[in-house]
Design a protein around this ligand. Structure first.
Ligand code: SF4
Length: 233
């Protein structure tokens, strides 16, 4: 952020004589130009308060609730999705619709418990109108919140569901079908791109090579890596 940008945030129109000047931290939800350095938030609750008043991108105008995350705040596995849909926007919780139910079943099939072993969040905290894919600018505006979540949860494994999650976190723009099921290292963390459960709902076949079959291979690989890490620790 330039000095000029920084000064303009404190101009008198925004801070009248009766209102004490806001701190840079308080201004975070007002503009994507305000940085969110690592360590800004001590708790997810503090961050959620900012997300629920955030206008860093245009998605803040149309949301009902910001959808920050759910699950265990010290989970060894974090799942990152794209953005909230209608059910999530209404409830404020990620992955609560049919795709969420399928995800829970997939995790349960390898004895992973969403409330105990997993913390789940999205790249964008607010619902894009008509469930469109978030734009590059919207992803960039919200990304620092996701980085804070990863820092606070400190997961051993991150699962990235779908191409937008992969691009949003790692900037890897390869197609999800090319890279799903492969371990990639990002900032010293093990990440695996997997198919989005909504994609599995649209492709219900179970034959070898189908999306469901591929997910079954991938989730078993995740379980094996999880056991390996736990046993090593
Ligand atoms: S999507 Fe993220 S950056 Fe955009 S308004 Fe919502 S919380 Fe803020």
């Amino acid at each position: 952020m330039s000095n000029e940008d920084q000064l303009s945030l404190f101009d008198i129109s925004a801070n009248s004589a009766s209102t004490p000047p806001a701190t840079v931290s308080e201004l975070i939800p007002t503009s994507a130009k305000i940085p969110i350095p690592p360590g800004t938030y001590q708790t997810m609750t503090q961050m959620a308060e900012h997300c629920n008043q955030c206008q860093r991108c245009g998605l803040g105008k149309t949301r009902t609730h910001a959808v920050v995350g759910r699950g265990n705040l010290q989970a060894p596995i974090m799942i990152v999705g794209e953005a909230p849909g209608q059910n999530e926007d209404e409830t404020g919780l990620p992955f609560v619709g049919k795709a969420g139910q399928l995800l829970e079943k997939i995790l349960a099939s390898v004895k992973l418990d969403l409330e105990k072993d997993i913390y789940i969040a999205n790249v964008n905290k607010c619902r894009p109108p008509s469930n469109r894919v978030p734009t590059t600018e919207e992803i960039a505006a919200c990304r620092p919140y996701l980085l804070e979540q990863i820092r606070m949860v400190d997961p051993k494994i991150i699962l990235l569901t779908g191409a937008t999650a992969v691009k949003g976190l790692t900037n890897d723009k390869r197609g999800i079908t090319k890279i799903r099921g492969t371990w990639i290292e990002w900032e010293g963390r093990l990440c695996m791109p997997i198919l989005h459960p909504a994609y599995l709902l649209r492709n219900p076949g179970r034959e070898q090579g189908s999306p469901k079959w591929l997910m079954w291979q991938d989730i078993q690989a995740v379980r094996a890596k999880f056991d390996e890490i736990c046993n090593a620790g």
